[in-house]
Design a protein around this ligand. Structure first.
Ligand code: ADP
Ligand code: MG
Length: 231
């Protein structure tokens, strides 16, 4: 419990800083974009021919920053939840359906170990599905070309509904473990580093928790808990 509270505090301060920074970056960025547009219109033809590319470099990179900032704002926002009663097994199956293509292409084995006893939770189904999909995609991306094994488990413990998503992929080095949920933390060439930030945000905003266990070369397990539905 204490650990969860600490997590929530740490997260919300990271989120606050991220939002503040993102907001502060947007204004000067808009000024740069507008100035570059203006410059393009006002510069004489000869100069444009010579250095027009540079203006495009400025515009392209500003767009890129703008995109990143927008993503950052999105992934750290606590937005309103549209709560309804859901079966975790169904949510997990629906999330799985969305990443099925990638799993089938690679020929991974999927082991489902769902507890039959009612494991219902009151959540925003669309948001929780996004969180689950992010975890599934990461698992798929971490797995080897052959012999990938994905284990999905649901069960009830201490009046909580738990979900475990386990892969036998590359694993996570110790020094990365505590940075996983940081915005933009990625070890991938073209990763956004926002998947887990977003996932953690969604789970914490439901009053749930997320933990990770991993061993390099063996695999990784993410463990999520939600309060069981009271109805
Ligand atoms: P991205 O997937 O875009 O890199 P994420 O926030 O989803 O961003 O994940 C951040 C990082 O955490 C990944 O780049 C990877 O290093 C690590 N990671 C997350 N899930 C796993 C996993 N199942 N196995 C190994 N590494 C993982
Ligand atoms: Mg990811």
């Amino acid at each position: 419990k204490e650990e969860e509270e600490l997590n929530l505090k740490k997260f919300s301060s990271t989120g606050r800083i991220a939002r503040l920074l993102a907001h502060e970056v947007k204004n000067p960025l808009t000024t740069i974009v507008l100035s570059a547009d203006q410059l393009k219109m006002e510069l004489p033809e000869e100069v444009l021919e010579e250095s027009g590319d540079l203006i495009e470099v400025i515009q392209r990179n500003c767009n890129r920053i703008n995109q990143l900032v927008t993503q950052l704002l999105e992934s750290t926002r606590f937005s309103e939840l549209d709560i309804s009663n859901q079966s975790i097994n169904e949510l997990l199956d629906q999330a799985l359906e969305q990443v099925k293509d990638r799993i089938e292409i690679k020929g991974f084995e999927i082991i489902k170990d769902y507890q039959d006893e009612l494991c219902d939770i009151d959540v925003d189904s669309e948001k929780v599905k996004i969180a689950l999909i992010n975890l599934l995609v990461n698992a798929v991306e971490a797995m080897p070309e052959r012999g990938g094994k994905l284990t999905l488990k649901t069960y009830i413990k201490n009046k909580q509904c738990r979900v475990e998503i386990k892969d036998n992929g590359v694993g996570i080095p110790k020094e990365n473990l505590e940075r996983l949920f940081e915005p933009f933390f990625t070890s991938k060439d073209s990763g956004s580093g926002l998947g887990l930030t977003n996932t953690q945000n969604i789970i914490l905003s439901h009053g749930g928790s997320i933990r990770v266990k991993s061993e390099v070369g063996k695999g990784t397990a993410f463990l999520i808990s939600f309060n069981l539905s009271s109805s």
